[in-house]
Design a protein around this ligand. Structure first.
Ligand SMILES: Cc1ncc(COP(=O)(O)O)c(C=O)c1O
Length: 416
């Protein structure tokens, strides 16, 4: 911990200290050295069950053998190519695969490394397609922390405050409906004047904000509104997509067809790969082959990431993990409901994305820590750290989940 404090950005060390003060518990991190399937091993040899999937990345499990093999094979052939100029063959394969998985008959995709970069590409795509700079986003939304995505992230004012003057004034934040009776209010909070608005960006379920599932029909209404005003609908499926919520695309399941989809996290099976996929008519706006590409990156579409992503998508398809996410998630929720956990006021879920609403703010911090001491990795979520977010690898067995619920029950009885 001393080496970490002496070398990492001080913000992170300070955050741990502050958490320790607030909760009266030790918040030193564990240091990961190995992971396989649903297990993580730390530097002291302790083994944990991971119900975070490493921020949602290990949907198919950590170090899936098919991904490891694909990466090794690719490493033996080609580590780096000339991106958008002279691409690798495996990059082309991945682009084809992503377009085929998209909900449109004709699609085009741009690859990048992180979720925030995929969102950046999507926001720029909307400007190219409409010529209008305005964006509608939602209170509580999290789209990443690069400047473009930060400007549309309503998650926490403190993330934005130091940079506020560099974020522009093009974003309108609308309300997020947590309950059926909040839908009208949320729709009324959309702009009156759409003439300068080119994009609306939305998470089908707000993940970091605490697994906030909008009432059924809300996304569909947004889709209609976007169509009516000629606005590009960007759906951020970085957390919710690729089966996590029991469908390839949660938005499509909610009966809305977006214009642009952002995907990341689980896509690379552990390697950093993301993509902005769009309807062909929308992506066409970038097309002017006489000029240089005006949006690219040295490592975008790198061969290792592309090979890992292809292997990951193959595993999701072959092992039927989209359907498994739905059934396993439902079984996990049943287990939680049967346990009648003290201090949990609501259980929200879609597929294997679960949020346990706690009655007291900040409590998720101490509960998370107490679970770590018992060998379970979970993350706090929500603006007020009052939600426990469970996004385990879809392969987590019921027996392991039962063990987790027993530990959680104990922790909720005893943790402050
Ligand atoms: C919905 C959503 N969008 C975007 C991001 C940003 O992704 P990244 O951290 O890879 O930039 C996240 C990360 O948590 C996310 O949950």
């Amino acid at each position: 911990m001393e080496r970490l404090a002496a070398s990492e950005c001080p913000a992170l060390t300070t955050r741990r200290k502050r958490r320790a003060e607030r909760t009266g518990a030790n918040h030193d991190p564990i240091v990961w050295v190995e992971a396989q399937g649903t297990n993580v091993v730390d530097a002291d040899g302790n083994r944990y069950v991971d119900l975070t999937s490493g921020f949602g990345v290990a949907f198919i499990g950590h170090r899936h053998p098919a991904v490891v093999e694909a990466v090794k094979e690719q490493a033996d052939a080609l580590l780096h190519a000339l991106g958008d100029l002279y691409p690798s063959s495996v990059k082309i394969e991945l682009l084809e695969k992503l377009c085929a998985l998209s909900p449109w008959p004709e699609a085009r995709a741009m690859l990048s490394l992180s979720g925030a970069e995929a969102v950046t590409a999507a926001l720029k795509t909307a400007v190219m397609a409409t010529g209008r700079p305005g964006v509608v986003a939602f209170e509580g939304s999290y789209h990443g922390l690069l400047y473009g995505p930060l400007a549309v992230s309503g998650f926490a004012e403190r993330f934005r405050a130091p940079f506020d003057r560099q974020l522009g004034s093009h974003v309108h934040f609308a309300q997020w409906p947590n309950t059926d009776d909040a839908v009208d209010r949320a729709l009324r909070s959309l702009p009156d004047d759409w003439s300068e608005v080119g994009a609306l960006i939305v998470e089908p379920i707000q993940g970091r904000a605490g697994v906030r599932v909008p009432p059924r029909g809300f996304l569909k209404e947004l889709g209609k509104t976007c169509k009516q005003h000629g606005v590009v609908l960007i759906v951020d499926e970085i957390f919710t997509g690729l089966g996590r919520c029991g469908a390839w695309w949660r938005s499509v399941r909610d009966e809305v067809t977006p214009d642009v989809i952002c995907v990341g996290k689980a896509l690379g099976g552990g390697l950093p790969v993301s993509a902005c996929i769009a309807r062909e008519e929308v992506m066409r706006a970038w097309g002017d082959p006489d000029r240089e590409a005006i949006h690219t990156g040295t490592f975008y579409g790198d061969p290792l990431g592309a090979a890992a992503a292809l292997a990951t998508l193959g595993v999701i398809e072959k092992e039927g993990l989209v359907a498994l996410s739905e059934t396993r998630g439902a079984a996990f929720v049943e287990t939680l409901q049967r346990a009648s956990l003290r201090g949990v006021s609501e259980i929200r879920h879609a597929g294997t994305m679960l949020g346990l609403q706690l009655e007291r703010e900040l409590r998720a911090l101490s509960v998370t820590r107490a679970l770590l001491d018992r060998g379970y990795l979970v993350l706090p979520a929500g603006k007020r750290a009052d939600v426990i977010q469970l996004v385990p690898p879809v392969t987590l067995s019921q027996a392991r989940f039962d063990g987790f619920v027993d530990a959680l029950d104990e922790v909720l009885e005893t943790a402050p």
